[in-house]
Design a protein around this ligand. Sequence first.
Ligand code: BV8
Length: 360
Amino acid sequence: MSGNDQNLVASISLDGANGYGDVDTDDISIKSFTDSDVSSSEEETPKVNYLLSDTMLSSSSNLKSFQNHLIFSKRIIALVGAGLSASSGLPTFRGSGGMWRNYDAIDLATPEAFRANPSLVWQFYSARRSAALKARPNAGHYSLAELARIKNGDFLTLTQNVDGLSLRANHPSETLLDLHGNLFEVRCTGFLCNYTQMVFKQPLVPALADNDFPLISADIDDATVSTVDNKGYIDEKIKNIPLKELPICPKCKKDLLRPGIVWFGEPLPLKVIDTADNFLVQEKVDLILVIGTSCSVWPAAGYVDRVKSKGGKVAVFNIEADKEDVEHDGGWVFKGDAAKWLPIALEPVIGRNFIPRRCR
Ligand code: BV8
């Protein structure tokens, strides 16, 4: 950020506050700083300075009304999507730079695709396992995990992400539901074998080593991206790995392992659905945080309307959000990077003593 950039900084005074929720939202003042004003000293000054870009600032008028609702919300759900992990360097699916933008999901994330070309599908998921292991949780993951810790049983995160970053940000596991599975779970495809295991060893087999499956990330332009046609992957980067060199079940020693992912056309785990349904029907949910998701996959997307239909409010944190419909319903839209917005927006409840220095 160049020195002459006029950046606006939310300066949140924590004077006397223990940083856990007794910050009066009126303390939040937005004022104009140049870089030199932004405290970067390691010893924490009582003020926490966050950089608000102009785009983010345009949403700051909502900030206080959202924070008042947040403080008085008893029960909260967070519906999380790939956008929360974008700042950790993991590509999304549909937004700009998204993976599905140039691949046809049905060629990579369905049981049929796996049956037709397990070598291709395993290379796709193995590359994502490697990327997720190299990634680090960002301030958005830590903020959400802190809110979950403080709200305890009155909070539930429904994550569509399979990267495991929320758990690595110390999100309490009992209030974190993996709607679409987890990259590090493997399952036997054998009908009679029930082998299921979390395996972080990477690569799972030698044949999946140095797998440079071209995951789409923001810095790869369209020209270098090959597309998948339904006759099979045409990119020279993809190997044709023989079945016997793909991950085989260590228990039955004969059937292929598959990623523990919910593919299109597969039902979400019953236990996950039941837990989410019970949370929703027990008592009114006052607020749903819709974080970094295009809400284009069902039944996950349906939770937003289910909260709204019972009088709950919606707050969207999205880099490409259009404000009209949400704000029309009395909700809030925070346009920008969820990793930047969440620590600011959740501040009155979560304080700020939990974000590791590297994420500040
Ligand atoms: C099922 C695999 C039934 C894992 C995924 C109605 C009801 C029920 C089902 C359906 C229905 N209509 C259609 C269906 C079928 C289907 C479906 O939803 N199709 C869609 C395409 C229309 N649903 C299913 O098949 C589901 N199964 O319903 O089964 C059944 C019942 C009984 C018996 C048999 C069958 C299964 C759905 C799970 C599919 N698996 N992936 C993987 O490879 O990861 S879904 C895939 O999309 C991802 O896993 C991801 O979880 C999901 C959602 O994507 P997002 O996370 O939202 O990511 P996206 O890129 O789309 O958006 C990112 C957003 O972030 C953008 O808005 C962007 O602007 C924003 N952003 C970017 N950067 C930032 C940011 N925001 C903030 N900060 C940033 N820095």
